[in-house]
Structure formats: structure tokens, C-alpha cells
Design a protein around this ligand. Structure first.
Ligand code: C2O
Length: 355
């Protein structure tokens, strides 16, 4: 398994990157110098958080998310729960800053591999709990950007209010609402479809990316087509992405980022994507698609996650809502109910949109 080492070095940022250029977490405070604690599940009596789409939860709820982001932004940069550090965590895990335990020469890259879904689930889990803690609302659930349903196929208005903590000035201006998103956007290649055509196209993209990986297989299930390729201790980074990681995940990142910049910041490039408050609702939807995939039956079976111990025992280091460093494994994040959250308020209109 890939075990994240506490050792973090300066990651590899692309040319023309915007500061900050260093994304390792702050060194542990002397009082907690004892190293990471192992993850434990939340109390099963905790309220079950229900993550629902931005377009469903309404303005009052979105004001809550905005307040959470403002509170995180107000924490000192040295606090691992600050918005600054939360964005940096993503940067560290996607620029090879953290080292693989036992392989100090190898940086960890959680994209383009089977670590993609579980890493982001763990990351969002703590982000959401930090938000809930700061809000003093133990049932707070992250809103999700459900770009796979027609009502969510565009940047939600609330993120474009310049006075809001949810605003990010570094986005593609021509993709501001009411522009309909292009779920398999290629960098700088506009399709110029009508809204109606684009929506239909998007539903077909969803069908293809979520359902085709299983439809193509006879006999044994190959979760790697959906989840990404195996990535084991000592392996070089980026063995291969799953379908959804490529699109709509990557494509919606570049569609959102500023296409006039060489790296399409903020959303369009790994190191800076977490600086946009839209990143977290975007990943909520990605995480939801993992759940959808597991529950969708093709033929007469549901989809199964990997059972390979190299996947299950891979682990990440993240900070919890008490600012404690926690080691969490892939095995820990397989059941959202055990993490005390679920998804609601959204259907699967693409389920029959066979291209
Ligand atoms: Cu870690 Cu959406 O990228």
C-alpha cells in the first residue's frame, strides 16, 4: 500500500504558478509532537449529514456554507483548519510533496490512480467536519455542485457574488452563469452548442462515463475502469485515471478555471484548485458519483469496490476538526453512513441517456 509519510518537501508546481509556492502543512505544534493518531469512526449517534445540491438547499443554507468558508479564512494561516491550509493540503497531495513511507525519493500523487476517489472522500470528510465545528452546527453538510442534472449544469449564482466569501476572481469569465457547463470540455475548445444540445450532450457524457466501464466487461468486474489503476508502494505516480476522473472531473476543473492563464487557475490545475470555494461542492458531486456507481446494478450485479489490500491499506495524513493529525486509510472511507453522511435531493436523469 501507499503509506503517506509525514515527510513533506516542496512539491513540483507548474511554470507560471501563482503564490504561495509551498504547500506542506505547518510543522506540528510542540504540544502535539507525538505524531499522527489513527482514525476512529464518528459516534454512530451523530446526526446523519445529508449533502444536497446547491440548487436545492436554497439561499439560507448557502449563506451557512459561505459563513463556514469565511470562518476558515479568518483562522490564522498556521492553523491546519484554515482555508489557506485546507487548500494547501490538496496542493501537497497533488504535487508530490508528501513522500511515500519507505520511499523518500517518491512523492505521492493521488490523481490518475485508484487513490483518487478515497483520498478526496477523506479530505472532504474532514473539511466538512471542520466547517460544522466552526459553525457550531453538528449536522452541517457540505452542499454539492450537481452539474450532472440540468438544474445544476453551470456555476451556481451564489459563487459569483463578488461580496461573498464563496467568490473566486480567478475563474473563466465567459463561463459565468447562465452559461451551461460542458461536462467533457477540452481546454479552450468551446463546443458552441445551444443550451438544449449541451444539456443532452452532458447527460450522454454521464451515461458513458459512469455506465460504460461496466457495460464493456464480460464476466469479472473491473473496478479500475471506473476507479482508476492500481498504485502500490514503490510505484511511479499516475498509473492511469478512471473514467469519471477524466470527465467530468478534470474537464469541469478546466472549464471552471481561467482559460486565459497558462495553467487555468484556480480550479483548472491541481496545485491551486482548492483555493476556490467551489472546489468542495464540486468534489461532493464526484464523491456522490462513487456512491451512485456502487449502487447502480448492471446486468444482475452491483458494482464492487476493490478488495485488494494494497488499496484498502493505503493511508493519508489529514487534520481533523480539533486540528489533530490523523492517519486515515482507504478502508476507513468505504461506507459513507459510517462516516455519518449521505446524499439526497438529486436524481440520476442520465441513467437512460444512452448515447
Ligand atoms: Cu484533487 Cu478535483 O482534484
Amino acid at each position: 500500500p501507499i503509506i503517506t509519510d509525514q515527510l513533506c518537501v516542496k512539491g513540483v508546481l507548474p511554470p507560471h504558478a501563482l503564490p504561495p509556492f509551498q504547500c506542506c502543512p505547518p510543522p506540528p505544534s510542540t504540544s502535539s509532537a507525538s505524531g499522527p493518531i489513527n482514525f476512529t469512526f464518528p459516534d454512530p449517534a451523530e446526526p446523519l449529514r445529508t449533502r444536497r445540491p446547491v440548487h436545492v438547499v436554497g439561499a439560507e443554507y448557502m449563506a451557512k456554507y459561505a459563513r463556514a468558508v469565511a470562518l476558515m479564512k479568518a483562522l490564522p494561516q498556521s492553523d491546519p483548519r484554515s482555508f489557506y491550509q485546507q487548500a494547501n493540503i490538496h496542493c501537497a497531495y497533488c504535487t508530490g510533496a508528501h513522500r511515500q513511507l519507505g520511499y523518500p525519493e517518491l512523492g505521492i500523487q493521488i490523481h490518475f490512480s485508484w487513490l483518487f476517489f478515497p483520498f478526496h472522500r477523506a479530505y472532504l470528510y474532514f473539511f466538512e467536519r471542520i466547517a460544522a465545528k466552526l459553525l457550531g452546527d453538528p449536522a452541517f453538510a457540505l452542499p454539492i455542485w450537481s452539474w450532472d442534472v440540468p438544474e445544476g449544469m453551470g456555476i451556481p449564482e451564489v459563487f459569483t457574488d463578488e461580496a461573498s466569501p464563496l467568490y473566486d476572481p480567478i475563474r473563466e469569465p465567459s463561463h459565468a452563469p447562465p452559461k451551461v457547463a460542458d461536462l467533457d470540455f477540452s481546454y479552450r475548445l468551446e463546443k458552441n452548442l445551444t443550451d438544449e444540445q449541451q444539456i443532452l450532450h452532458n447527460l450522454r457524457v454521464m451515461y458513458k462515463q459512469v455506465l460504460d466501464p461496466s457495460a464493456m466487461i464480460s464476466g469479472a468486474a473491473l473496478p479500475s475502469l471506473f476507479m482508476g489503476q492500481p498504485y502500490r508502494a514503490g510505484d511511479a505516480a499516475k498509473p492511469g485515471a478512471g473514467t469519471v476522473e477524466l470527465a467530468p472531473h478534470n474537464s469541469m476543473h478546466t472549464w471552471t478555471g481561467d482559460n486565459s492563464r497558462p495553467n487555468a487557475e484556480n480550479m483548472g490545475v491541481y496545485y491551486s484548485a482548492g483555493r476556490d470555494p467551489l472546489f468542495y461542492p464540486h468534489h461532493g458531486n464526484i464523491d456522490r458519483l462513487w456512491e451512485c456507481w456502487r449502487r447502480i446494478a448492471t446486468g444482475n450485479r452491483t458494482h464492487e469496490d476493490f478488495t485488494d489490500p494494497d488499496w484498502l491499506d493505503s493511508s493519508f495524513l489529514l487534520y481533523d476538526e480539533e486540528a489533530r493529525l490523523v492517519r486515515i486509510t482507504v478502508r476507513d472511507v468505504l461506507r459513507t453512513e459510517k462516516l455519518r453522511y449521505t446524499y439526497g435531493g438529486v436524481g440520476l436523469p442520465w441513467l437512460h441517456a444512452r448515447p
